[in-house]
Design a protein around this ligand. Structure first.
Ligand code: ZN
Length: 168
């Protein structure tokens, strides 16, 4: 079976700011979406990809930041500790990187692709990616954390992305 590769929605696309619905259960339609998202992430060389980035407003993301791939359905960050600043990029905002301050360690409750519920602690890159992708599920993007200086620096890139999103 050929896995479908999905089109990445770019900054300016309304889908990236939309409200994401919870997934009641992972069934065959969701499994196909997950396979397609994993393939898209691989091809685009990303370390995380959230459903709204491929035009689906549902609470689901995939990542390979922990070594193998992982699927997070309905993730909820239930505890946070520490602070760290790290530069982040986003497949939906190519050419833009923003220094984002986030908790260093998180506890997250989520469902996996087999409908099992987990509660786990993450640090380092995984904590970073989980927070970035969970933001996507709430319509939040790295530019929302940008300083005035960063917004000035990337003004032209963002304007061009918005213009191309409108023309589609
Ligand atoms: Zn992103």
């Amino acid at each position: 079976m050929n896995v479908i590769r999905l089109k990445i929605r770019l900054y300016g696309d309304a889908c990236l700011r939309g409200k994401c619905e919870k997934v009641v259960q992972v069934e065959s339609a969701e499994r196909m979406l997950i396979e397609a998202m994993l393939e898209t992430m691989r091809v685009e060389k990303g370390i995380g990809l959230a459903a709204p980035q491929v035009g689906v407003n549902r609470q689901l993301f995939v990542t390979n930041a922990g070594g193998g791939y992982m699927v997070f359905v309905n993730p909820k960050i239930i505890r946070r500790s520490g602070k760290a600043i790290m530069e982040e990029g986003c497949l939906s905002i190519p050419g833009v990187h923003i220094y984002v301050r986030r908790p260093e360690k998180i506890w997250v409750r989520f469902m996996d692709e087999n409908n099992h519920i987990h509660e786990r602690q993450y640090g380092d890159l995984m904590a970073r990616v989980i927070q970035h992708e969970t933001d996507h599920l709430h319509g939040k993007l790295i530019v929302d954390y940008a300083s005035k200086h960063e917004l000035m620096e990337f003004k032209d890139v963002l304007r061009d992305l918005e213009a191309s999103a409108k023309n589609e």
